[in-house]
Design a protein around this ligand. Structure first.
Ligand code: GLN
Length: 199
């Protein structure tokens, strides 16, 4: 851990709800960095790809060079967390029409898997490693219908995977940044990024 200030966590800020993530990160004592161009990835201890519209974010990542930039950050061991649209983008394949994907996780994603806007809902989720249920806020949420080796399922609803992790990646189909519960942010920082609270 560098002694010169708090660790920096990027939040991809091309479109979607990046501000909410930044607010929680700040409360947890790390410095959020809004990532819009390739240079913004320098010195990051991890990056969050937020919810929004995965097709729009994907196209903007292609034109900004961040699709390749985040891929190479990840393949060098950089920690990534995708929420909702970010989970779609993290997948290696989609059941829907072709769209740019980061392809960081060996998984088949179903976009809008729970239905469209009207099918937004909240539900209590059992999450691997959490003592108490977590309130999942689902907004046109995806799910993984199939995951490959190396993907650990953290939570599912009737066989639909809604939270999972790999060595340096976390995905959630729901929006922890829209709740007051910091447990997923803490999990990402501690277990995926290896950031431990400094006393
Ligand atoms: N359904 C959207 C998509 O596929 C994701 C919605 C969200 O991020 N809340 O991009």
């Amino acid at each position: 851990m560098p002694e010169d200030g708090p660790p920096k966590i990027g939040v991809l800020a091309l479109q979607g709800d990046f501000l909410e993530h930044a607010g929680i990160l700040r409360k947890l004592g790390v410095e959020p960095v809004e990532a819009r161009i390739l240079e913004d990835l320098e010195g990051l201890a991890g990056i969050i790809v937020p919810g929004g519209e995965s097709t729009t974010i994907g196209k903007m990542m292609v034109s900004s060079g961040l699709l390749d930039g985040i891929r190479s950050f990840f393949y060098k061991g950089g920690p990534v967390w995708g929420t909702c649209a970010g989970m779609v983008l993290a997948a290696s394949a989609t059941t829907g029409p072709r769209q740019p994907l980061l392809g960081l996780m060996n998984a088949l994603v179903e976009r809008n898997g729970f239905g469209r806007q009207v099918h937004s809902f909240e539900t209590e989720l059992d999450v691997e490693g959490f003592d108490e249920p977590f309130t999942g806020v689902f907004i046109r949420a995806p799910f993984f219908e199939d995951v490959g080796p190396g993907v650990e399922v953290l939570s599912e609803i009737d066989g639909r995977v809604v939270a999972a992790r790999g060595e340096n990646i976390l995905v959630t189909a729901f929006h922890p940044e829209l709740t007051d519960d910091p447990r997923f942010h803490e999990l990402f920082l501690r277990e995926v990024c290896g950031i431990h609270e400094r006393s």
